[in-house]
Every structure is written in structure tokens, then in C-alpha cells.
Design a protein around this ligand. Sequence first.
Ligand SMILES: [Zn+2]
Length: 482
Amino acid sequence: MPASHARFSPARRSVLRRTGAAGLSLLIPACSPPEQAKTPPASTPDVAEGALRLDLRQWRRNGAEEFTLERVRFERKWSGRRKNLAGGLDWGDYRLSVYDSVSGALLFRQGFDTNLEPAARSGTTRISVRFPAPQRPVRAEIEQRREEGAVHVVSSVTIDPNADSVERAPGEIATRVHLIFAGGEPHAKVDLAILGDGYLESEYPKFVSDAARAAGYLFSVDPFTKRKLDFNVYAVFAPSASSGVTDAYLGLNKDTVFRCAYYTGGSERSLADGNNHAVREVAAAAPYDFVLILANARRYGGSSYFGGPAVVAIDSAAARYLVVHEFAHAIGGLADEYYVPAAGGPVFPGTGEPWHPNVTISPHHAKWRDPLSEAGPRPTRWNKAEYETYFADYVRRYNGLRESGAEEAAVEKFLERERGRQAALLAKNGRGRRVGLFEGANGYAKGVFRSEVDCIMFSLQTDYFCAACSAAIERMIDEHCR
Ligand SMILES: [Zn+2]
């Protein structure tokens, strides 16, 4: 999140960046149904051991997208799914499709997001994508969703897995891997690599302790609690030259392995890594499907996007919330459900259904079902006006604290108090866990709906995800396990 707005949850980088403290205008990617492959999907006989990682640079120039290949890296482990390689969950602003270069058969497909603000006309960032190492040359295409029902190829490259240009050397950064939790064989589990930024070599014990604490936060909330046996969790350590991370708010400039810094995307609480190459080199020391980076820092902040990595300030008093909320963005493809209300809005401007599984613009889209609405889907009443009045004031008071340079302890106390206020306000609806169509989500007060009145993606609570978020997280866990 971080969002900029509000919440004060640091947030999904791309969403956050799209939102401005003053007037959010999120551009929501359009959704498209899975395309049919021209030829039957190939399965495991076509892939070898290990994975190929494409280190890419994303360019956007006057709205035109391009991905350029910086290098092809061989990784010894492919820990992702082995079944249904060509037909995974169709989420993400972008997707990677890998075809056999001779037969044209679709071998692998995977959606992803990047941290480039979708609304930006120009910009650049680095991103990596991975797929099971093929036996023969393949054509890798990066596609972008542009409007509902349509994806467009923006870049294509042919890759020979046996070429000398494929880098096969051992990892370039010395790492230490500590197993935190083992659920089973990596290819049949979700593999989470927890990395640390801003830890000195001498702080290794603190890193291992922080990683175990972060895993404890994650598995304290369903569906992670009930699906814990479907995870492997590794703490992968690479030391930094400085302790702590760069934070212009505090005047700190640190030399750290992943270059984590606050203020990415313009928000003081948006905390993100700045060295994708190092993140990938270190994570590859363990089997990994998702990455969580712990910044060795206290000031409230974090960020995430679908596919990750998720980044959190692990010494914040709100670290439990940051870990659960940010990692949920990365694994579940979840949009934020909160919004900063403004006069009469903001109103969702588009017509395309978002691909995110926890928000919808159409009561008939059936991402989830309202069990009590026999007369057909219709918006569920909640104390929207009252909550919006409160929330706008909450944002104003948070910003006031930051502008006055308040001590972090005072900010933490404020967040904890407001967490209780939010819960009490939402409890006034008396609806408990009722599933319905609650208007207000994904940065918009109007025109977008969420499935329950409250959720970890909506308020600062850490007790439960709504029905739609829980289902989405479980779908991704299932994809890795079955
Ligand atoms: Zn939710």
C-alpha cells in the first residue's frame, strides 16, 4: 500500500501509485477470459529440471509498452506447479506465455504485475519472470491486458535453453538458508522465501528471529492458518553493508543489498526494494514461488503487487498487519478494498471488469454470491456515509502526524487506536460476516463493490479476510499444490 492514501496500509505498489493522496484515480486493468491455446498444452515431458529466469526491463514511452531482455538465468530449482502449466489462474496486468518455437504449442502461461504505475504514460522498471526450463528453443511472449476480453503481445523473444548466453554460474551473492517451516515437497507446496534488507552480518540472529515472527503473523490468519501444511518457508539471508534502510523522511541513506527505500511512488509510507536482480539472485538460493522482504526498519511502510515481492517494515508495531496485508496482495492478486472518500466519489471511471478476484463493478459478475439476495444481486446497505466521514478525517489526522514529524511511537499509538475505531464503526452494521455487495473498493467510493463490510484489505484489522479474498488466496495455494 501504501498508499498513499490512506491507510494506511502501505499497499500494492501499482495501486498505490495510481492513487494520490489528493484525488485518486485508479485505472483498473480490464479483464479477459483465458484464451484458448492453438494447440494442446504440452506437459512435463517437454520441460527439463530447473527453471529459466528472464530478467527484463519494462519500458513505457508515451503509453507504448515494451519489455527488453537483459539476461537469461538458469536456476537449479523449479518449485512452481507441474500440472496445468499452460492454464493457471488468469490474473495480472501482464502475462508470460511460452511456446515451443517449432510446433507453436503453448507450454506455460503465468500472469503477473509490475511496479510501474499503470496510469503513467512513461517510465521504466525491472521485473523477472520464470518458467520451467524447456528442452528445446521456445518463444516467450509478454502480453498486456488492455481492455476486457483482450490481451496484446507487447514483446516477444526466442530463447535457446542450450545457448552459451544462458547464465548458469552459481548465485552471485553469498547466502545462508534457514528452514523455518517444511510442509513437504517444494513442487507440491507454496514456497515462500523470506529475505531481509538492511541487516548486517552480525544481525543474522535478528533476521532469523524476524523471519520466524513474520511467518507466525502470516499463519495466524485464515486461510493461511488452515493451509499451513501447504507451505514451505525459508529465511534466506544476505548481509547488507548498513543496518536499516533508506528513508528520506528520517534523513537516512543506507547501503543495503536490495536497496529498499521509503517514498517509492511518492508516498512516505511506500517502502519497496530497488534491486530486482539482487532479490532474485538471493531468493534463488531456496525453492521459491513468492518473496517477502523484511526491511530492518520500524517506520510504518510497505508495498506489494501480484507476484511480488511484498516488502514490509518488520519492526513496526503494525508489522502483523503489514505482513498479512502485503503478502495477500502478492499471492492472491488482491486489490485494496479501502478508498479515500472525497465529495461524491471517487467514482470508478471505466467499464471493464477488474481481473482482481476481490472487487467487481458488476453485481452480475458472480465472483462471489450473495446468499441472502434471492431477488437478484443488489448493493448491500452499510453505514457508508458514517464510515466515509470518519475515514476522511482519519486520513487527515494521519497526514497531520507525519507533517508534524511526530515520533514513530505516536504514529503507532494512533494506528492502534484507529484500528479499534474502525472495527467498532463497522460492527455497527451488525452483519457479522455476511457476504453481499458492499459499495466502495479498490480506491473508489462508487461503482466498485467488495464482498463483506470488512476485510484485512479494507481496514487495519488483522482478524480475517473477506470471503472473496480468502477464496482467492486458496485458489492460488491450490494451484501450487494440486
Ligand atoms: Zn477482502
